[in-house]
Design a protein around this ligand. Structure first.
Ligand code: C2E
Ligand code: CA
Ligand code: CA
Length: 565
């Protein structure tokens, strides 16, 4: 363990800036027992020395005010303007009371009167100022994000609260700026480039909002929060930040999305106000036309609706309002398509709101971790269903279940899955796991590690929504998967659009290279199916064969299959 008391016994360095030799000698005699002392004979010499040594080299500056070349107060000004040196503590030395006051205003921490006081007094003052500054540095190192110098989460909201407490009669805006695909920037260009991007955004915010009494913080990695007085010009300011931060050298272009909650409701917690700004910001994720969105009435209604869903979820779970539907997948390689497997898709039959699509509540529950409960529930039901059908019809229909990002990070994932299989007496290969492609591109290493392990235990992994997740080609070849699911947006345009067809061809080529079959999702017509078959796609899922249906209806499809055999 590091002994922290050792820190206080380190000899600090003090710089004495004084043009008169006799004064330098007196101070040297007083200080050199306790400190390493350097000397400069005027402000310019001191400035050069400080610049050469760096901002944290000296623990204290003893500064004479009247000197040739560059005076003490000129040096003070220069130091305060330079962020690297602005925290360097300065004690001024003067015989002139008025000058003392002025220099304290300029940022000096204390003064020593000339002619010099008793040595003990001078030493005590030096020691006190050094300690004070070091303590406040410790505080500010946790207060501020080390990369950008902006506030960290706790302090950001703490200062927002303080600002509200001082003046709660001023209308304010909550702004959130978010870097698009920041993880990808980190992965592709490395962490130090990622850090540069973050600093660049922070600098742009500082520059644009300079002098406007704002509080700015970096939260959650790549989200920047700004709390500022309400102003019609704030959207323009955001655009300016986007412009300044977006122009990076090389092939890296940084895109910043922003959400504004104007005239924020002061009666709700600051966190909730910024959630709303974030909500607006999230609404334009993946939208390449708008770069700023406002929290408006429509969003407000949506967030009220979402809050209701979150509140209702637990009760719905215990009442059994969540149902699992099944959609068949057909193998089309032979003369006649045959039922090869199914996908389990959850539905919420809400007593007041009716049937709610998972497209609505899944993304919502992914944000707050509730999704894990739903997923576990679905996995259990799906496994039980496989067993029921096997007992009833003598065939095993493998069922794919969807996994959320958060499931992948669950350290008990494998255990949970094994337990489910054991409870129902089914094999690993029959409960297939769909993981969306974007989960891989967000955190390739972790997801690869988890899926590799699951595969070694006999599970089969399907990469879902392929073509939407921005994977790089070299990543794909390293990822362990068993099936590729072509995203339905490619299928939708396959008849009309030459480009779509080319893309599908490319993806089928990749799959061939990886030696994995492709499932095409969202196939609604016979001609879509025919085109896909001609291009070499093996498995089809979509309304053409069947919508996702309750288990009773799915049984009809199984019966047909059994009869045809
Ligand atoms: P997904 O995994 O990509 O599922 C396919 C979606 O496409 C389903 O929407 C399905 O109903 C729909 N679909 C299938 N065939 C066609 C077609 O021919 N045309 C059209 N237009 N759509 C078709 P659904 O059931 O609304 O699910 C939406 C998404 O919700 C799913 O996308 C999946 O990401 C998520 N989801 C559903 N159930 C679960 C679950 O139990 N757990 C998790 N984590 N996510 C789930
Ligand atoms: Ca899926
Ligand atoms: Ca999909």
């Amino acid at each position: 363990m590091e002994d922290f008391s050792a820190v206080s016994s380190i000899r600090r360095r003090v710089l004495v800036v004084e043009d008169e030799l006799i004064n330098r000698e007196i101070l040297g005699a007083i200080l050199s027992n306790d400190y390493d002392v350097d000397y400069a004979v005027n402000g310019q010499e001191a400035w050069d020395l400080i610049k050469e040594k760096g901002g944290s080299y000296y623990s204290l500056l003893l500064l004479d005010l009247l000197m040739p070349v560059l005076s003490g107060s000129e040096l003070l000004d220069m130091l305060r303007k330079e962020p690297e040196f602005s925290a360097l503590p300065v004690i001024v030395m003067t015989a002139d009371r008025a000058a003392e006051v002025k220099s304290i205003r300029q940022g000096a921490m204390d003064f020593i009167a000339k002619p010099y006081d008793m040595p003990e007094v001078i030493l005590a003052r030096c020691e006190r100022i050094i300690r004070l500054c070091e303590d406040s540095k410790i505080i500010s190192s946790t207060e501020r994000d080390p990369v950008t110098g902006l506030y960290c989460r706790e302090y950001f909201f703490e200062y927002v609260r303080r600002m509200d407490a001082i003046r709660n009669d001023i209308a304010r805006d909550a702004l959130v700026l978010d870097i698009d695909h920041f993880n990808l920037i980190n992965d592709m260009y490395g962490r130090s480039v990622g850090d540069n991007v973050l600093r660049r955004v922070a600098d742009a915010i500082r520059e644009v909002f300079r002098g406007l009494r704002v509080i700015a913080g970096r939260l959650e990695g790549d989200a920047f929060y700004v709390y500022c007085p309400h102003d019609e010009e704030n959207p323009d300011r955001i655009r300016k930040v986007q412009e300044l931060a977006g122009s990076l050298e090389g092939d890296l272009r940084v895109r910043l999305r922003a959400g504004i909650y104007p005239n924020a409701d002061m009666s709700i917690e600051p966190e909730a106000r910024f959630d709303r700004a974030k909500n607006a910001c999230d609404r334009i994720r993946g939208d390449y036309i708008s770069e700023i969105a406002s929290y408006d009435r429509e969003l407000h209604q949506k967030s009220v609706y979402n809050e209701k869903l979150i509140r209702d979820m637990d009760a719905a779970m215990s009442r059994g309002d969540f149902k699992v539907y099944y959609q068949p997948k057909y193998n089309i390689t032979g003369d006649r398509p045959y039922l090869s497997s199914a996908e389990a898709l959850v539905r919420w039959i809400h007593p007041e709101l009716g049937m709610i699509s998972p497209g609505v509540f899944i993304p919502l529950f992914e944000q707050n971790g509730l999704i894990q409960k739903i997923d576990n529930y679905v996995w259990n039901l799906a496994a039980a269903q496989i067993k029921i059908w096997r007992e009833k019809y003598g065939i095993t229909i493998p069922v794919s279940v969807n996994m959320s990002r958060i499931d992948v990070f669950d350290p008990h994932l494998e255990l949970k899955l094994r337990q489910i299989l054991q409870d129902n007496g089914i094999a690993e290969k029959d409960l297939m796991l769909e993981i969306t492609e974007s989960a891989y591109s967000d955190n390739a290493q972790k997801v690869t590690e988890v899926t590799e392990n699951l595969r070694s235990r006999g599970f089969r992994i399907e990469m879902d929504d392929f073509g939407t997740g921005y994977s790089s080609l070299n990543m794909i070849t390293d990822i362990p998967i068993d099936v590729l699911k072509l995203d339905m947006k490619f299928v939708r345009n396959i008849e009309k659009n030459e480009k779509s067809r080319k893309l599908v061809d490319l993806i089928l080529g990749i799959a061939k290279c990886l030696r994995v079959p492709v499932v095409a999702e969202g196939v609604e017509t016979a001609s879509q199916m025919d085109i896909l078959r001609d291009m070499g796609c093996q498995i089809i899922q979509g309304y053409y064969f069947s919508r996702p249906v309750p288990p009773e209806e799915f049984e009809e499809l199984i019966k047909k299959e059994v009869e045809n055999k």
